[in-house]
Design a binder for this molecule. Structure first.
Ligand SMILES: C[S@@+](CC[C@H](N)C(=O)[O-])C[C@H]1O[C@@H](n2cnc3c(N)ncnc32)[C@H](O)[C@@H]1O
Ligand code: SF4
Length: 423
């Protein structure tokens, strides 16, 4: 560790590290904010930049606030709790504008946000058991070690309650020795807990936990050792509501983690696409139909594409159960050439919501389909920028972009971009 030195911070990285320059060399300081004078110690000196540890804040930023979570300084789950909510959004917005600099020079970046805490309806809790002590929480900021958590304020209030009772019950049980991790989930059906086992447990042990779940009014799921997904009886499948629609899913299927922001995001997608009964829409990476079903309420027809067969099956059932007949679903891997009926239909609009890797492999197919509008929903601004630049080079222009603050307090940013085919 180097000597304690004074730094004037003038920037903020995407991961909320303060950026300072000392004798021309850039130093990243975790926990420091722009406008602050701080004392810090270099812990890692590199050729291009150094990384330093904050020792003391000499002059704090006017936007520094007390973190709402007692674990913020050590837990790796959040990175922005020391910055006022509005400034968090501004920082994310500046960063996003930088990522999209080749695409949105003249456009205003729109914003969609909601409450900063109590929003997370799903969480994976790491569990370990070393030297007779249980670790129950999230990975640390500075290391991959599990930080034991008492209360996680970004979880929904109901998940915060079950987090605590589960932790206390585990402390009194030896189940922890057979546990890999725990998944907490809240949806319209209620709260559920999934226990991922690393070794088998006795029937009596299982029964005792079923009784615990009944007393807590939570649904319990077991994921047996060495299987990739819990086996779930049809009547134990989960569901969430989206306006008047009900979407069924397996407790380990993808769903958007922030229910209120999801409502707002889907409503914004419908607004931007302003569909009519002539529109035939392709919904790529459709999951269990989060966008496909609302799209089908406004369009002539919708085709959803998803790689996981079980999710495609759930999406089909969701369409049936909601009385929608203008929807079809295809199971396909969109990173591979898709030989399909998509090209035979006159598709007017495409919505895509890929995982972090983006959708580069499928862009030529979209261009071949030639929709008038493409609505791109992305959880990774750098792959979004790459893909959108490609689409722009092939005859599309960016009409609107919105930052959607789906994960407040963290550095993750969700973006929606509408592209229009040039005449
Ligand atoms: C970000 S989620 C979006 C899901 C859905 N649009 C929603 O809002 O709930 C991405 C989805 O893409 C699916 N997926 C991942 N890789 C894929 C691939 N190569 N081809 C098709 N779908 C894929 C995932 O299973 C997941 O359901
Ligand atoms: S993830 Fe939860 S426990 Fe960790 S810092 Fe954020 S609010 Fe606190």
């Amino acid at each position: 560790m180097g000597p304690i030195q004074t730094f004037v911070v003038d920037g903020l990285t995407h991961e909320a590290k303060g950026v300072a320059r000392l004798q021309g060399k850039v130093t990243f300081i975790e926990g420091a904010l722009p406008g602050e004078t701080v004392e810090a110690q270099v812990k890692k000196a590199g050729r291009r930049f150094d990384e330093a540890v904050l020792v003391n804040i000499v002059e704090p930023s006017a936007y520094r606030v007390e973190p709402s979570c007692q674990h913020f300084n050590v837990c790796g789950g959040c990175s922005f709790q020391h910055l006022a909510d509005e400034q968090q959004l501004n920082a994310k917005s500046d960063w996003l504008k930088g990522q999209l600099r080749n695409l949105i020079t003249t456009q205003e970046l729109e914003q969609l946000s909601d409450k900063p805490n109590g929003y997370r309806r799903r969480a994976r809790i790491s569990v370990d058991f070393k030297k007779g002590r249980m670790g129950f929480g999230f990975r640390g900021k500075a290391s991959s070690e599990i930080i034991s958590i008492e209360q996680c304020v970004v979880l929904t209030p109901n998940l915060q309650k079950v987090f605590l009772s589960l932790k206390h019950a585990l402390l009194k049980s030896d189940l922890v020795e057979a546990l890999g991790h725990v998944e907490l989930l809240e949806d319209t059906k209620g709260v559920s807990v999934l226990l991922r086992l690393t070794s088998s447990i006795s029937d009596e042990h299982e029964k005792a936990w079923e009784d615990w779940a009944e007393r807590q009014l939570v649904a319990l799921y077991w994921q047996a050792p060495k299987v990739s997904k819990a086996s779930v009886a049809p009547e134990k499948m989960r569901y969430y509501e989206l306006s008047d629609l009900r979407l069924k899913y397996h407790p380990q299927d993808f769903i958007q983690v922030n229910a209120t922001m999801n409502q707002k995001m889907v409503a914004q997608a419908m607004d931007w696409l302003s569909l009519d009964k002539h529109d035939v829409v392709l919904d790529l990476f459709c999951g269990v139909g989060n966008f496909s079903l609302p799209l089908a309420l406004h369009a002539q027809s919708v085709i959803g594409v998803e790689v996981q067969d079980t999710m495609v099956e759930a999406a089909r059932e969701n369409a049936r159960a909601n009385g929608l007949e203008n929807l079809s679903f295809v199971a396909a891997d969109l990173t591979q050439p898709v030989n399909s009926e998509f090209f035979e239909q006159a598709i007017t609009k495409v919505l895509l919501d890929p995982p972090r890797a983006g959708a580069l492999e499928f862009l030529d197919s979209i261009i071949k389909i030639g929709p008038t509008q493409i609505l791109y929903v992305s959880c990774n601004a750098s792959t979004l920028a790459r893909d959108a630049e490609y689409l722009v080079a092939k005859g599309y222009r960016v009409l609107r972009v919105s930052l959607m603050d789906m994960f407040p307090q963290t550095s993750h940013v969700e973006t929606m971009m509408l592209l229009q085919k040039k005449k």
